[in-house]
Every structure is written in C-alpha cells, then in structure tokens.
Design a protein around this ligand. Structure first.
Ligand SMILES: [Zn+2]
Length: 598
C-alpha cells in the first residue's frame, strides 16, 4: 500500500479531467442533452424505409450523442479511478453507465434496420459522400449480411445468449469465489493460502522449492475438479459451435475471425511459423539449465529471471526523457506531443490510496486528449510501462485527430502494435545507453525474450488448443477431462519438450486459462507482438519511408480493416512474412543473450 497521499502528489503528476468538463454543471448539462438525444434516437426506429434523409439523420444523431457519452463517461471514470473510494464519483460513474445502457438500447435498432434495406441501397449509401463518416460501419454491416438471420431468428438468438454464456459465468464464479487453491510454502518457509496473485510471484522465486511447490499445488488444485472444468468448457465450446452453425459459418473459428475481417490464413500462418521456430524456444528454455545450475529444466523453472544485478533505477522525469529519446525515430512532432502530454496533465503518475491498480490509456474523450493511468515504479519495468501506455495514447491521439468519431476507434487486432512498438524502441535506446554493461544488456534482452515466450509462443499454444478443441466438437468427438488434458499435454510436449521436462501435471493447466471462455481471442496477442517487432525493425533499419508508413497507420483508427491498415504500415499479416521476420529477431536476441551468459 502506498503511503503517498493524493494531496501530496504534485499537480504536474496528476491528470486533469477538467479538460473534459470545466465544471460539474457542464457535465450535468451534457448529461441532460444526451438524455434528450437518446429519446429522439429511439423515436427514429422504423423510419429507415422512408429513405436516405431519415437514415442519415439517425446515424448523425447516433454518432454525435455517442461522442458526448464517451466524454461523459471518461470524465466520471478518470475522476473515480484516481480514488475509487470517492462516493460522489461512484455515483457519477453509475449514472453515466446507466445513461449509456439507455443509449445503447435506444440505438439497438440501427444495425438490424439497416439490414432490412437491400444491398443496392446500402452500397449507394457507402458511395455517398454524405455518409462518409459511416462508410466503414456500413461496409462491415454489408459484409455481415450473409451471416445475419431473419428478425425473428435474431431475436430468438439474442435472447438465448445469456443462457449460452452461462458456462463462462459459472467458471468465473467457481474460480474466483468458491474454489480453494490450498496452502503452499512461501519464500520465508511459512505455509500461506495460495492465490492467483501470489502464484505469479512464487513462480518467479529464485528458490526452486518454492516455485516447484506453487506450480504443483496450482495444477493439482485445478486437476481435482477436472470433470467439472471439462463439462463447463465443453458447454462453452458447444455454444460457440451452435452460434457459428446457426449463422451459416463453416467453423467456430471462421465465425470468430469474420467480424474483424481477418482471413483464417492469418491464424494458420501464425501457427505454422511458430512450429518452425520451436527449436529456438527449446534452446531458450534449455539455457536455464546453465543459468540455474540444475540438471534438468522443468516447466516451473521457466518463470524465474535468469539475469540479476540490474534494476534500471530511474525516476519518473528520467524515464520520461528516456522515452522521448526512444521515440525520436518517429519524428519531432511525435516527440513534441509526447512531451506536451507530460506538461498538460494527460498522465496520473503515482500510486495513491484507492487508485486503480496497473496501467491503462483511455482515448475515449474524443476531441480532448487521451488519459493515461500509471502506478509508476522507479525501475526498468515502470519505464517500459510508461512507454507502452504512451504508445496506446498516441495511437488514440492520431486516430482521434484524423478520423471522425464514428471511425476513430481501432480494433483489438491492432491495439497492441503501437504500445509494443514503443517499448521496443525504448529498449533499443536503453541498450545503447548501457552499452558495455553486461547485466543491463542481459536484463534488456531478457525482457524481449520473455515477451516472445509469453506473448508469442505461449499464446500461440493456447490458440492451437482452442482450435483443436473446437475442431473436436465439430467432428463429433467428446470433450472430456481425459481428451482435453491429453491434447493439452501433447501440445506442451511439442512446444516445450525439446527444451525442458514436461511433467504430466501440466495437463491440467488448460483449466486455469480464463481466456478460453472468449474463444479465438489470444492469437491477437501473438500477431500483435510480431507485427510490432516487424515494424520496429523497419523503423530502426529503413528510416524515413518506413516511419512515414507507420505514422500513417496511427491515423487510421477504425477506418479500414485491421489487415488493410497494417498493410498501410508496411506489413502484410495475411502473409507469413512478418511473423517469420519477428521470430528471426527472437533467434538473434537469443544468440546475443547466450553469448553474454558465457
Ligand atoms: Zn497494452
């Protein structure tokens, strides 16, 4: 718990929500205005058959009110997140949320009613300059038409979704509330209750007995409920397959990728490139044998850091200067805006009582500026988190400045590209700064290697698990504890077996991955990281032209499909090339790291 009180934090290190609304009265006035527009919007339902003017009026109203409600909510959430115990802003947040629900309900007719218009009419709107702000949305809608059902069917499907999603709710309740993980010895040799939060730090323990005990306890705790987890997960997979089939998709995976306009080849290319690179992952895992002086590397040895003796102590001001140096290749105007962000109170820097934990960037206050929440720790990790969140913030900044509100929001598929790219650029600068410092080089390269292992390889293995589990269901094979665990164990042997001993107990690990209840999502972590590595390489090696392409990408928001917008940046994710190039970087970094270890 922090001892720093909010009132003692210098004003320059706190964000300023009054940039959104100067006074509480302004917020209240906007609240009333949005409420009024919500009523007007609801009254527009059923008018689209009357023609172009009615459709355009509804879309304009929807976008304008949507823009206001984004600001309304961001004002409440920023004020609240800096002190979540504040009763006044709790109330404001709840009011904004409830208004948002009313607004969403009032707008729910728009997409289905647009689809009652024929393709010719929709395509005419797409080509009509007056509909320019909505062309991306209308194109997506038209693309979804073959998988959109009759109004009656859509109503039935919508009302079934809560029940179809209950496996995920049961899973969350069980794992976060009812399930007990048992006791385990901590660093001090004391028996303590194992928790999900504690697990991560115990796995990083330099004491091998501690990490082994935590790992085994966790796997066994889940394994004790194997049949329950299998039934729950099978229910979720069946719901995915049911939804996909009902909408006329060939597979659950196709159904998951289609709305973002991601070809399935992206997924296949990722997995095939990863498989080709597994020998490098094996070599990386095996390094721990020497680093820890152990006869065999086990899965529980993979999380403890191999390098010691460098913490990269850095104050916030120093970290900010390093960030500015790191992003210099992106151009002076980019640097100037990031510098201004610090002086103009975009960022809430320090941990204070009741502040939201972790870090995020919120770009939803369209027309104002992004807000960035940190809990800054004065070390390498804190510096890179700052770089990461400012990457998100600048992506929002440029998209918001170059796109109308309706096209400003970028998709998850590209969301981690700008943030990861900034981190890599900063690591590059830090490596130059600490040239000749072996411990620093190992820590910095080690950070990248861990990024590859956890964000690329591990997420790709998860992606493969989901793909196989859904294919099993689609082929009519039973999803049982036995079949799922056997499949997961085999995957682990493939991914890690060449570099470490894969103990049988890992077969239970799939049970503790909550992302599996949101299928075909995690592959985006792997592709996003690879895209960022490929882009950072271009920015550092190819100069001006590569920078201009990347900068253009940052302005695109949601105006194009994610694959098309990354093509603007200069990388084609529909080809295997960017993933292969990123994995080449992994191999190079690993070679450097091994050399430093000698
Ligand atoms: Zn991020």
């Amino acid at each position: 718990m922090s001892t720093l009180l909010r009132k003692d934090v210098p004003a320059s290190c706190k964000w300023d929500p009054s940039h959104i609304y100067a006074t509480q009265e302004d917020w209240e006035k906007d609240f009333e205005w949005i409420k009024e527009q919500t009523g007007k919007l609801a009254a527009m339902a059923g008018t689209f058959a009357q023609g172009r003017e009615q459709v355009l009026a509804a879309l304009n109203l929807y976008a304008e009110a949507g823009e206001h409600i984004s600001r309304l909510y961001t004002y409440a959430s920023t004020n609240l997140n800096s002190d979540n115990g504040d009763a006044f802003y709790q109330g404001l947040g709840a009011r904004a949320m409830s208004l948002y629900s009313q607004f969403a309900a009032a707008a729910a007719f728009i997409s289905p009613e647009l689809l009652t218009l024929d393709s010719e009419t929709l395509n005419a709107y797409i080509a009509d300059p007056a509909f320019g702000d909505y062309d991306a949305m209308l194109k997506d809608l038209e693309r979804m038409r073959p998988h959109t059902l009759s109004t009656e069917m859509e109503t039935v499907l919508a009302s079934a979704q809560e029940a179809l999603g209950s496996a995920g709710n049961i899973y969350d309740m069980f794992t976060s509330v009812d399930m007990k993980l048992g006791k385990v010895k901590n660093e001090e040799g004391k028996m303590v209750d194992l928790s999900h939060a504690l697990y991560g730090s115990l796995l990083e323990s330099p004491n091998r007995n501690v990490r082994k005990a935590a790992y085994e306890r966790m796997m066994k705790a889940y394994g004790a409920y194997g049949s329950t987890f299998a039934a729950s997960y099978a229910g979720n997979v069946k719901a995915d397959v049911f939804n996909a089939r009902t909408r006329g998709y060939q597979s659950a995976r196709q159904a998951a990728l289609y709305p973002d306009d991601i070809p399935e080849s992206v997924y296949d290319n990722l997995l095939s490139a990863i498989h080709d690179a597994l020998p490098i992952l094996h070599a990386y895992c095996a390094l721990r044998q020497k680093a820890f002086d152990i006869p065999t590397v086990h899965m529980y040895d993979l999380y403890a850091p191999m390098q010691k003796g460098f913490d990269g102590k850095v104050s916030y001001d120093e970290a900010y200067e390093l960030l500015l140096e790191g992003i210099a290749p992106l151009g002076q105007d980019y640097v100037d805006i990031v510098r201004a962000a610090k002086d103009q109170n975009w960022i809430d820097v320090y941990e204070t009582p009741n502040k939201t934990t972790g870090a995020y960037s919120n770009g939803a206050a369209y027309g104002v500026h992004p807000y960035v929440l940190l809990n800054f720790r004065p070390e390498l990790d804190g510096m890179l988190t700052l770089a990461h969140e400012m990457g998100h913030a600048m992506h929002s900044y440029f998209s918001n400045h170059n796109q109308p509100f309706a096209k400003s929001d970028y998709t998850i598929f590209v969301a981690e590209v700008a943030s990861t790219c900034n981190e890599i650029l900063c690591i590059h600068t830090l490596r130059k700064k600490y040239a000749g410092n072996k411990a620093a080089q190992m820590a910095l390269i080690g950070r990248m290697l861990e990024g590859f292992r956890t964000t690329v390889f591990r997420q790709a293995m998860f992606a493969e698990f989901e793909m196989k589990a859904h294919a099993m269901e689609e082929a009519g094979q039973p999803l049982t504890c036995e079949s799922l665990s056997a499949m997961y164990y085999d995957l682990n042997k493939t991914y890690y077996g060449g570099g470490c001993r894969v103990d049988k107990v890992v077969e239970n690990e799939w049970m503790r991955i909550p992302h599996f209840y949101n299928a075909f999502y995690v592959y985006k972590y792997a592709t996003g990281f690879c895209a960022a590595v490929a882009l950072a390489n271009k920015i550092l090696n190819e100069g001006e032209e590569a920078v201009a392409a990347y900068r253009k990408f940052l302005t695109l928001g949601g105006s194009m499909s994610p694959i098309e917008s990354l093509k603007v940046a200069g990388i084609d994710m529909s080809s295997p090339e960017p993933v292969i190039s990123a994995l080449d970087t992994f191999a190079e970094l690993l070679a450097e790291f091994s050399e430093l270890m000698d």
